[in-house]
Design a protein around this ligand. Structure first.
Ligand SMILES: Nc1ncnc2c1ncn2[C@@H]1O[C@H](COP(=O)(O)OP(=O)(O)OP(=O)(O)O)[C@@H](O)[C@H]1O
Length: 596
């Protein structure tokens, strides 16, 4: 035996209010939307002769709210089919697809009124038909009748009346209805009024009213951005995507944005507010803008609070991304100073983009000043001056090597910040003539001058003794001659050595099982960090040849810790102990010397 599904309306309303819509306030959006669609059905999508008249509970005086439109209206058969059938919509084509001229499509919007009211009354008239009254209740029952004489509508259209359920009265007052109607419908092309007062917020941001010059438009948009997004934009970029019937404006943030937080945009659907937090309208890398846009073709989700992810949204995202990219390129050409100012704030976004986009790569190379040991230089400037792009991939390494390399006339770029290494790598792939090389701590030792054989022989015993002191600290000793002469010692630790040192320390602290697992990573040669004493530095030479072995050890330890600190290396507990010991030891010696 065939049966039909039965629907528990209360259950459905509960589902909508708790799981689909974010707040009961959306009831007004759904009513406005139905009125707009009814006007479109009657007068065409470009009509501006629509009238939507809202009378709040303050206006009716009996606690109810009414919303009337001069749209298409319904006849009795349609009332049964459309108003009283959940999921049935007149806004789909024969195949069931949403017809793009309408806002609604799912056939559930009217139910949102049950979030604020126990009953919905509709008085509707289609041209040439009698006025029909429909009374729907939240228990799932409804009644339909023909309007008695004297209660017919004068013109085609529809009036919906809601009486608030207990606790929802505040949502139907003049203040609330004016706020909500302005929020959702301020940019509709129809006349919308609440209790006789027309709402409207001036021209929509994406419009350019006749007679408004560029300066005026810019000022208007800045004020809009301040009011709606809360910041004065660094710049304003017009957006358009014909395939999505989209027009909009992107506002460039004057302050850095967190790339991890998706940018929320304000999206209108056929000039009615869809969402203030639409996230996927622009590409992820465009986290430096907030935008407002109106679209005729993109589809909303059923909650009508976000955009539906489909191929149209994807291609729209690409088109809008192109518009932002062109703006950047234009800025570089027309106003490089401003582009630099922009990059100072948003370099992370642009660098992320440069990893996939040649034009952005060129822009970063040309305009973004990188930190180098010879002052800030763009990669293009660096290449012009030094030929090879020599860089350190780690920030700590740069700090450590920069002064020494500079003193030896070796220019090096700090590529230790996010994306810098990848950008240099990509530059090399894109431009085959460009040479780039990494400067490593180990490379620098080969640039440090060796002593003459006679000098080496003369200090050999002293070096052997000093070696023992440093061995206790897990460090090797080298004596070399290098600039700057003022620097007594240099602590060199390359990537691999740092890893091995960490491993060795971890092994010492864990149990046998872990120690043997960690041991498999340890390289047999056990590379160790190196302290390079500068033979050109008088103090370093004196320390090395001190006759007093205790004083020599204390001084060497002092030089070791100073080199660690200069290179911004973290101090292990053993290093802190050495710091205390050598510092206090030297003060003790100095005080004792003075007392004598
Ligand atoms: N003011 C109105 N004038 C004429 N017809 C209306 C009006 N309001 C609702 N209707 C009819 O009732 C149907 C159901 O409306 P409802 O708001 O539930 O869904 P919808 O607008 O079709 O889709 P959605 O759930 O996406 O909003 C509509 O498709 C429309 O045919």
């Amino acid at each position: 035996m065939n049966q039909t599904f039965r629907v528990d309306l209360r259950g459905i309303v509960d589902l909508l209010s708790h799981h689909l819509y974010t707040s009961p306030q959306v009831y007004l959006r759904e009513l406005l939307q139905n009125a707009v669609d009814a006007i479109t059905a009657a007068r065409g999508a470009d009509a501006t002769t629509g009238r939507i008249v809202l009378v709040s509970s303050d206006g009716t005086g009996d606690g109810s709210l009414t919303i009337s439109d001069n749209g298409v209206g319904l006849d009795e058969a349609q009332v049964h089919e459309l108003l009283a059938t959940i999921g049935r919509s007149s806004k789909r084509d024969e195949l069931g697809f949403a017809r793009h001229e309408f806002l609604g499509q799912f056939g559930i919007g009217l139910l949102s009124c049950f979030m604020v009211s126990d009953a919905i009354e509709v008085t509707t008239r289609r041209a040439g038909e009698p006025t029909v009254l429909w009374h729907g209740r939240s228990d799932g029952s409804y009644s339909v009748s023909t309007a008695p004489e004297g209660e017919e509508r004068a013109e085609p259209g529809t009036t919906v009346t809601l009486r608030p359920r207990a606790g929802c009265e505040h949502l139907l007052t003049r203040e609330a209805v004016t706020d909500l109607a302005t929020h959702f419908g301020a940019h509709l092309p129809h006349t919308v009024s609440v209790d006789g007062a027309e709402i409207g917020a001036g021209p929509a941001p994406w419009d350019s009213p006749e007679g408004e010059d560029r300066g005026e438009r810019r000022r208007r948009l800045e004020i809009y951005c301040e009011r709606v997004f809360g910041f004065t934009p660094f710049d304003v970029v017009d957006l358009a995507a014909a395939e999505a019937g989209l027009r909009g404006v992107a506002f460039v943030l004057p302050m850095p944005a967190n790339p991890a937080v998706p940018a929320a945009h304000r999206v209108y659907l056929k000039q009615m507010l869809l969402s203030e937090g639409a996230e996927r309208l622009l590409p992820e890398w465009a986290f430096f803008v907030r935008c407002v846009a109106d679209t005729a073709e993109l589809r909303p989700t059923a909650s009508r609070e976000a955009l539906y992810e489909d191929t149209l949204l994807e291609s729209t995202r690409d088109t809008l991304g192109d518009a932002l990219r062109s703006w950047l390129v234009r800025l570089a050409r027309q106003d490089p100073g401003r582009l630099r100012a922009f990059l100072r704030v948003h370099h992370l976004g642009v660098k992320a983009l440069a990893l996939h986009d040649d034009e952005m790569l060129r822009l970063v190379a040309e305009y973004w000043p990188m930190e180098t040991n010879v002052g800030p230089l763009t990669l293009v400037e660096f290449r012009e001056r030094y030929g090879v792009l020599r860089f350190t991939p780690l920030l700590d390494e740069f700090r450590q090597l920069a002064p020494v390399a500079a003193a030896q006339g070796i220019a090096v770029v700090n590529a230790g910040y996010v994306y810098d290494c990848e950008i240099i790598d990509r530059l090399v792939t894109v431009d085959r003539e460009l040479a780039a090389e990494t400067l490593r701590a180990a490379d620098l030792t080969t640039h440090l001058e060796r002593l003459t054989a006679a000098e080496e022989q003369a200090i050999a015993p002293a070096v052997a003794a000093a070696d023992q002191v440093l061995d206790r600290l897990g460090c090797d000793l080298l004596v070399r001659t290098f600039e700057p002469a003022g620097l007594p010692a240099l602590y060199l630790l390359d990537d691999d050595t740092a890893f091995q040192v960490d491993l060795r320390e971890a092994k010492e602290q864990v149990d046998d099982l872990w120690a043997s697992i960690l041991g498999t990573f340890q390289s047999p040669a056990e590379p160790r960090p190196r302290l390079v004493l500068n033979h050109r530095n008088a103090l370093a030479r004196q320390v090395l040849t001190l006759a007093d072995a205790d004083l020599r050890a204390t001084c060497l330890e002092g030089l070791y810790v100073q080199a660690l600190l200069l290179g911004h290396h973290p101090l292990r507990p053993a290093d802190t102990a050495v710091l205390n010991q050598s510092f206090l030891g030297l003060i003790g010696r100095a005080v004792a010397g003075d007392a004598r």
